[in-house]
Design a protein around this ligand. Structure first.
Ligand code: GDP
Length: 295
């Protein structure tokens, strides 16, 4: 994960890690390299610039050059700032509803259906919940079939209504079904399109308004880099969602989305998808991710 970025940051911090005498020039050079590594990883220019400025200010504030191990302190400052940028503490999901309703949003192909299954499986096994999956993609019958296949695989019930073309009605019927059948979590998989468009936004906004979910999650493919951040912004403007799910982190992603998204929409990344299998889901811990990136 993020091998390229890890390598570049390691190289950037190499001089400082090598102890020796550290000068102001070393620090400035290092931060320039750190910024370059972030830009190469597809982090937005302003975020990368603010990042290195903050680290620089902290380094000056802590008189980094006069401390015993200035190199290590610099590495720590970079790691702490990276953690902060990605969200500080890990954020949980709200399961207080009766039933708890979780609405999935995102573009087509982002991994919504796969993640809906993964989350249902996670909640069933780790939190001993009884989830229900609801198929609200009324445009692609294959998407409904896909959710049924996922449900069978993880042994979670799936609610669908193939002839119905009204996703709001299906979502409401799904919630009613959950109440009648003792499901305490309802995960609603919605239709996405290939790009942000008004019809999709109106539809998801209507579902959101009708079912009042405790959690609205925005699912995004991390491989799409800067686009991931722009799409997140568009969905957040409409839905004011609660958290982000970054999928396909197992792929050849440069990592820019993971690093930038929190500071653009000010919503935490809650889970990551790391593969096609139902078990390939992880809670997102910013500090662990920063450790991983910085090796
Ligand atoms: P949806 O259109 O948003 O519902 O997206 P899907 O759930 O159908 O996923 C689109 C494709 O991405 C499928 O081929 C999935 O198997 C794949 N996919 C989803 N999540 C991940 C992931 O975390 N890693 C990888 N490698 N593939 C994923």
């Amino acid at each position: 994960m993020f091998n390229n970025l890890s390598e570049k940051l390691d190289k950037a911090l190499h001089v400082l890690k090598g102890h020796g005498s550290i000068t102001e020039v070393n620090v400035a050079e290092t931060l320039k390299e750190v910024r370059r590594a972030l830009l190469d990883a597809d982090v937005n220019f302003k975020i990368a610039k603010d990042f290195t400025n903050t680290v620089k200010e902290k380094a000056l504030g802590q008189n980094v050059l006069t401390t015993l191990q200035p190199g290590q302190l610099m590495v720590k400052l970079v790691k702490d700032e990276l953690t902060e940028l990605m969200g500080g503490d890990a954020a949980g999901i709200n399961l207080s509803g009766k039933p708890s309703i979780i609405l999935m949003s995102g573009l087509q192909g982002s991994g919504k259906t796969t993640f809906s299954g993964k989350l249902a499986n996670y909640l069933k096994t780790k939190k001993t919940k009884k989830p229900l999956l609801v198929a609200c993609d009324v445009y692609r019958p294959a998407a409904i079939d896909q959710l049924h296949i996922v449900g069978e695989q993880i042994k979670v019930d799936v609610f669908s209504d193939k002839g119905n073309t009204d996703p709001v009605a299906i979502a409401e019927a799904g919630v009613a079904f959950a109440k009648e059948n003792g499901h305490n979590v309802v995960i609603i998989d919605t239709a996405g399109r290939l790009a942000v468009d008004e019809a999709m936004m109106t539809e998801i906004a209507n579902i959101h308004k009708a079912i009042e979910p405790q959690e609205t999650l925005f699912v995004v493919d991390s491989m799409t880099g800067q686009d991931a951040v722009n799409t997140a912004k568009a969905f957040n403007d409409i839905l004011n969602f609660d958290g982000v799910i970054l999928t396909k982190l197992d792929g050849d992603t440069r990592g820019g989305a993971a690093i930038s998204i929190k500071s653009v929409v000010n919503k935490p990344i809650k889970f990551i998808g790391t593969g096609e299998k139902m078990e390939a889901i992880d809670v997102f811990y910013p500090s662990r991710m920063a450790d991983r990136i910085l090796g």
